[in-house]
Design a binder for this molecule. Structure first.
Ligand SMILES: Cc1cc2nc3c(=O)[nH]c(=O)nc-3n(C[C@H](O)[C@H](O)[C@H](O)COP(=O)(O)O)c2cc1C
Length: 227
């Protein structure tokens, strides 16, 4: 008998994948995923999400432009909103560095290998070869609270994808490419690029797709106060 609710299985099975096969994803599947994810909760039903789905020639155009931009201006690219405080403090810095070390080891790239690291960042802008790329934007006049709603939406997209056997990688790094994305996709100035997402069939032969990441034990992030 199945004892855990099925959604728990999906939550546990969803992992960020950084390498995909070239097997195409039917566009109807992406439409179904977004049509399910739109039921994510949002503060007073404001639904702050806006998605640009890129496939085929558009995907090629966007990834080519993004990689060119990265090669030419990697030291100047800046996101549309701050990612982390500088410097990042503990315990977050330790978790961040542990993850980066684990990913680098899986990809076979040593911390001192600048060329290898550049190549791996470039792969972010190729959507890790996934056939579907999604760019997410939000009206820039909205406040932090709408980012909470956005998080609910992004997880819903990823779980709806996983439920169909598809894998994803959420990628805030795409915010660094807001100039390129604006030009290539006609994103209005009033929309902020929040993130991108790779979506497709994961290539699980890649070591970076088989990492086991440490998640905090319950007692390290939850307090149960009864009296
Ligand atoms: C808001 C958000 C932004 C992220 N941005 C990136 C990114 O730009 N590039 C990337 O490779 N992974 C990105 N990730 C994936 C995280 O690295 C990943 O979720 C984390 O390491 C935990 O791994 P898991 O998703 O497999 O549990 C992002 C995740 C979230 C939630």
């Amino acid at each position: 008998m199945h004892t855990t609710p099925y959604i728990d299985d999906l939550i546990l099975e969803r992992r960020s994948k950084r390498g995909f096969t070239d097997q195409p994803v039917p566009l109807d599947m992406v439409k179904d995923i977004l049509s399910a994810a739109k039921y994510a909760p949002s503060s007073s039903n404001t639904q702050p999400w806006r998605c640009y789905v890129v496939t085929g020639e558009a995907r090629k155009r966007v990834t080519t432009a993004a990689v060119e931009e990265f090669r030419a201006n990697h030291d100047k690219l800046a996101p549309e909103y701050p990612f982390f405080p500088q410097p990042l403090h503990d315990p977050f810095a330790t978790r961040f560095n542990t993850f980066r070390g684990q990913l680098g080891d899986a990809q076979g790239v040593h911390r001192s290998d600048k060329t290898g690291r550049m190549r791996d960042v470039e792969r972010q802008f190729l959507f890790f070869d996934a056939p579907v790329g999604i760019i997410f934007t939000m009206d820039r006049q909205l406040e932090w609270a709408s980012l909470l709603c956005y998080g609910c939406f992004l997880q819903s997209v990823m779980l709806a994808a996983k439920g169909r056997g598809l894998d994803t990688c959420p990628q805030q790094i795409w915010s660094l490419q807001h100039h390129v994305l604006r030009a290539e996709l006609g994103i209005p100035a009033g929309e902020m690029v929040i993130a991108g997402m790779s979506m497709g069939w994961a290539d699980n032969s890649l070591p970076e797709n088989r990492m086991t990441l440490q998640k905090l034990e319950l007692e390290h992030f939850a307090s149960f106060i009864q009296q």
